[in-house]
Design a protein around this ligand. Structure first.
Ligand code: NAD
Length: 361
């Protein structure tokens, strides 16, 4: 007989690019190559049903082209659902530039990439993501208008990461209230995986609320800075998911909860900024059966998109911030409905998003 994780592994393996594309009703997938830079870029549009597909550009190494395409597809899919759930007039897209050690001239990399974005004539709007910065968006802006998150934006915060962190903190507050019946984060122990752009600001937010922190990151300097500023305990990266704590907060890359570590998680709540935290959506049910509350990633990490989308839609900055604070109410609604209907919060969120995207049959 196959174990739970064996079954999920084979399901994950079976979902190749083509079946993902048709099953999840993607609109476009573009693979672009520049010979002189030896640069491969992938641009994916999941849906433009509710507006232009807005989503960040990842710039990082990948072990295979298929891994990079699947990462971009999963992220684009999440962006559609995130925008739909937050009532934003935006669709979902994402892009990936596969980083190699010879790609040192960012000006050339991002101005070439900008041409690919421009060819999509506004169906895709690019912003920052892991490995890209405001300065990279400025390079793109010289070539195409279909970019946001560059330094000409009128909102006070040029980098969306602190706004994502604010939304995650509000989401953790909702999860703690619902699951642990606690009204404040004082004394709540949170283990943060990855203290980069979002994780650092989240640690700051949580420390200000009196939470106790354990952190891990591959970058020693980043880890030490965070430990010093927020009195955080540090553990090696491969141990952070095992920390016996109230909240495990994945703020690094995808698949933080996977077939190998699913049963090692000791936290009562999983709530973080990373996209695609679950290697398989089926793990949401397994976590729920173990009594662990999982806050759907694309809902809790919507703060950055709400902020960037607010600028793009000409909302006032206080309105955008208020909408980020409202991640608390959105998650509370999902948690309560899930409890009432004996399903997972992820199932509730997916159903609502699919109705709004008109993807449900
Ligand atoms: P980042 O690259 O600045 O930070 C990620 C950090 O995680 C890095 O410091 C890296 O060293 C560390 N890391 C990687 N793997 C790790 C591991 N296994 N264990 C411990 N540390 C590890 O990225 P970011 O902008 O902070 O984004 C973090 C996550 O949040 C990503 O999944 C991103 O897609 C998602 N997200 C970010 C935003 C945003 O506004 N930046 C918005 C929504 C979602």
């Amino acid at each position: 007989m196959k174990s739970f994780t064996d079954q999920n592994n084979s399901e994950i393996d079976n979902l190749n690019v083509i079946s993902r594309f048709s099953q999840s009703r993607f609109e476009e997938l573009h693979l672009k190559y520049n010979e002189s830079l030896n640069m491969l870029a992938i641009l994916v549009i999941h849906s433009t049903r509710l507006g232009p597909a807005l989503g960040g550009c990842r710039f990082r190494p990948y072990t295979s082209l298929e891994d990079a395409i699947i990462d971009a597809m999963r992220l684009a899919h999440g962006m559609s659902y995130k925008a739909a759930l937050c009532h934003l007039p935006l669709g979902g897209g994402k892009s990936v530039i596969i980083q190699t050690p010879t790609m040192l001239d960012r000006n050339k990399v991002f101005s070439t990439f900008a041409q690919y974005v421009d060819e999509l004539k506004g169906r895709y709007i690019v912003a920052e993501d892991s490995g890209t910065s405001v300065a990279d968006m400025d390079i793109i802006r010289h070539v195409t208008p279909y970019v946001t998150g560059d330094s000409r934006q009128r909102y006070s915060c040029k980098d969306p990461s602190p706004m994502t962190a604010l939304g995650v903190r509000r989401g953790i507050e909702a999860a703690v209230k619902h699951h642990l019946k606690r009204n404040s984060l004082a004394g709540i122990h949170v283990a943060i995986q990855g203290v980069g752009n979002v994780g650092y600001h989240l640690a700051k937010e949580l420390h200000q609320q009196g939470a106790l922190l354990t952190i891990a990151d591959f970058k020693t300097e980043t880890t030490l800075r965070c430990a010093k500023e927020f009195h955080a305990k540090t553990v090696p990266a491969h141990e952070i998911h095992k920390v016996n704590c109230d909240v495990f907060s994945p703020c690094a890359l995808s698949n933080a909860i996977n077939a190998d570590n699913l049963d090692e998680i000791e936290a009562k709540i999983i709530a973080g900024s990373a996209n695609n935290q679950l290697e398989s959506p089926l793990f949401a049910k397994h976590l729920s059966q173990k009594g662990i509350l999982y806050a759907p990633d694309y809902v809790i990490n919507a703060g950055g998109l709400i902020y960037v989308g607010g600028q793009y839609a000409n909302q006032s900055e206080p309105t955008a911030r208020e909408n980020i604070e409202n991640i608390y109410q959105t998650l509370m609604f999902l948690f309560e409905k899930a409890q009432k209907e004996n399903i997972t919060p992820l199932e509730v969120a997916n159903t609502i998003a699919e109705q709004r995207l008109q993807l449900s049959n």
